[in-house]
Design a protein around this ligand. Sequence first.
Ligand code: ZN
Length: 419
Amino acid sequence: MTAAGHARSTPATGTNMPEIDGDRLWADIVSTARFGGTDKGGVTRLTLTEEDRQVRDWFVAECRSLGCMIEVDRIGNIFATYPGEDPSLSPIAVGSHLDTQPQGGRFDGILGVLAGLELIRTLKETATVLRHNLTVVNWTNEEGSRFSPAMMGSGVFAGASRLEAIDAVLDQDGTSVQTALETIGYRGETPVGQVGFAAYVELHIEQGPLLEAAATQIGIVTGVQGVRWFDVAITGTEAHAGSTPMAQRNDALVAASQIVLAVRDIAHRHLPGVGTTGFVAVGPNSRNVVPGAVQLQIDMRHPSEEGLDLMQAALEQIVGAIDAKIALTHIWSKQPVVFDPAIVDAVRASAEALGYSTTEVVSGAGHDAAHIAGICPTAMIFVPSKDGLSHNEAEYSSPEECARGAGVLLQTVLQIDLK
Ligand SMILES: [Zn+2]
């Protein structure tokens, strides 16, 4: 499939910089897919399940064997720290998450953790000693599939949510986060948020089609787009579909249709914004009744707060101009995240030094790095996803793509370490 030379990240400069071993990284990706592996080659490894325990135990054992110190905090985040020269400096952190969606893939999350492990193997093998400690992190429950909200471990770590509240969150079977942590042995002793970082860099698959479409090897992630959610309730008048003349109708679904189209048009006018009406409920939902009530759920996203403001204002204006009784409610939002320019520059310089093609991207999906950006200088590295697929058993990034990402991660850490 691939010769060892292809999967290595070879610096174009030909310096004596340490290089990651892409074949070794790929072997880890293949072998860890057995934890929760599915018949179709995907992975079902929901957070804090037996399968999650197995991959955590494997990760901890590997890191211990390399000489790492392991800490587990109260929300089950794992910190594997490889010692540097100066323990008085805050560690440089890399990592991501080991949990997956149901019928998820082999790359989402675990690539960033395994790349961190590969960095430690490379440092040890080449007897490279950093100034900073290097900490590889596994964040608990990034996916949010079993317990809500997503990005739970990093959220508590960064102070976005309180441990006591999160401990009490229940899954569908009525099991709490705290009980699930205790059951798999990952209710750690370390207080959450006690570990501070000099910087955090997360390698992840893109989970979208842009890098592949542009034939670009590395995505330099400058931030994570913001989100606003709106609920819409439209009240019309239920009436007989045969005996009600067209001029006398008050059709809630016709009004809703104008909003659905407006959401699409607003996004087109505010690119790279995106807008989706993903939920429609029609009452009474009967062929021969003029709809009397419609509910819509709208999701709008944009990399900037100003962009979100403009999109919301446009939506409000259009809704206000429709001749119907409409209640538009802004129910939830998440602010855009802008990553640290110095760390983003380090990622760019690293990718360029390795001779890789790059594109700046704003992440469309949420990531642990979005929380961590609030407490230390943070950035992300993306590698292409085949056909843009993710949260899917067919999710795929090639050995070479994974190796390039890990190579950029290593060079970025080396650059940050110099400062
Ligand atoms: Zn992920």
